[in-house]
Design a protein around this ligand. Sequence first.
Ligand SMILES: [Zn+2]
Length: 326
Amino acid sequence: MIDLFGLLKDTGAYKTVKGDKENGRLSHAYLILTPDGENLGEYLKIFARLAFCNFVEPCFNCRACKLIEENAYSDLIIYPKKETVLAEDINSLIEESYLKPVEADKKIFIINHAETMNASAQNKLLKTLEEPPKGVHIFLGATSEFPLLPTVLSRVKKLEIPAFSAEKLKNALKEECPALERLESAVACGDGTVGKALSLYGDENLKSITDLAVDILVNMKSSKDLLFYSTKVLSSKCDLSEFLSVLELLLRDMLMISQGKEDLVAAKSAVSALKKAERFKTGAIIHALECITEANKRKKFNANPTMLVEWLLFQILEGKYKWQKS
Ligand SMILES: [Zn+2]
């Protein structure tokens, strides 16, 4: 089992809601933000347990905690009923909000993926957000706040679940992902979320992309090699954004190696190969990292992938020789 609770309980978002509960001042509406869309629903359910459980922290063992796990607790109602939040979900929420709780002293509504609500659904929700019936609390969860109207945002207490450190993610995922080296690369290339790390861990291509990136750093020596490698990068098996994050990770590791901080290297399996890339001077590594940032920017603006990869590899190669001479 992935220990999502272990990750969440150290965040400011969790501590805020816990403090509100302790003071008997649970807010009528929270907005929980995280880029981890896959696990957003689970995080919201942990907040619901925190609010309902009679212990200071969710015990995962009482009647409420257990029923919430099974989506069967009568005072917790979760939307959307389908894939995205629809007007009918909000209509249902408004009606339900006037009915008294069945067994608890409060009623909680979760709106998962609130970023999928259209403007008219959001407008419908406004009145309930502003003056909810007594004992009603709404937990909105979203991967981004931008689709939400300012009028909605001004009526909720906004809390962010930040990106988790590699160490914390590894701890939370080690049972689910027993291949340690693979887990390390997945976590290092991810964006600090459980969702991304898990999907990279399961990605059969990650190993071959890492091998290709190491190969480029160690063996690309001339403009003839450059064409050979850019063709490989552009082949159908290699996802360009994944390639860029792997390359970035390896260059950061090279920087650590060059500074004698080998213990801080993320892709431990690549250390011995990367050491062969010693002809990269620190300046060349930093230049390459800057070019990856630039490449990511250009990619966002739909740059031509072939030109982008050729440009990037050329910059890396040129930097390597430029700093060798100086
Ligand atoms: Zn409990």
